[in-house]
Design a protein. Sequence first.
Length: 313
Amino acid sequence: QVRKKLVALESKPLEYIKTAVEARKHLFSDQDTIDDETDAETLHILSKNRAELETSGHWLPGTLYYSGRFYHGIDRLSLLEAHLTHDGLGSGSILTYTSAASPPPTTPSKLEVWLSPRSPYSYIALHTLMKTAAINDSGVLIWENTEVVLRPIMPMAMRGVPAPRKKVMTIFLDAARVARHLNVPFGFVRDPLGDASVNINKVVCHLQRHHKGKEWVYLLEAYKAAWSQAIDMTNYDNVVKIGLAIGITKDTIDAALADPSWEQTVEASRAALLSVGLWGVPSFRYNNKTVWGQDRMWVVQRWLGNKDATIGL
């Protein structure tokens, strides 16, 4: 019934939105069950809409499309507003968010962060984090008065999760837009899939164990090399050069690349991520709270008691 009504309202956007919102309230409140029987005409229209979405270059529902650009999910609404305003179709923002900060923890807790070399959002999240974080004398990264623990992980494509080229390109274009918005260097890319990710994680895992604190610095520089400087991280000389630039000796890099224990570290990170019901990166865990996505870092800051954290992108 709902499907039929929504299909009939396709030419009336405001009525469509109102009906869809009410239907989803009903659905997600578990007040009723879904009737899976759909007539052929409705199935045809749904299939046509799906095909149009995929042909346009996206795959997600809840996606808005304006002037050749996609805006997926609520976290891109501010970017859409800016685009509309630039085109003379609005003035200022009408978006409002509500989110109270958590009280500061009574006992020290650690924030776990899962990152992967091939994730552009991991790079953007790390760049954002490192701008306001500090490494103390013990080599511990402190962000929002909280110890941050790195959980390095391999790319999803190297964990048996395929990604079609269309999806990869859509993610890249969106990440580039977010990076520009946040003033993060981005765009001159050398895909770190394969041995590049292996090399980065080998060095990072070794530094994490033997040169605490340096893992964060190397990781940021390696991500920056891959995502903004098109540096080939499969190349041994480049792996060493990045280390030398931040005070890590060639002998240390050689020891890291020969250290087989990195595989246990990234596997433990993968298992821990799955155990909390997540699989993508960047992901964050604080006490019993988990969240996924670079665009949810403000949520993490609110957890850590920062009531002034900028909400959204």
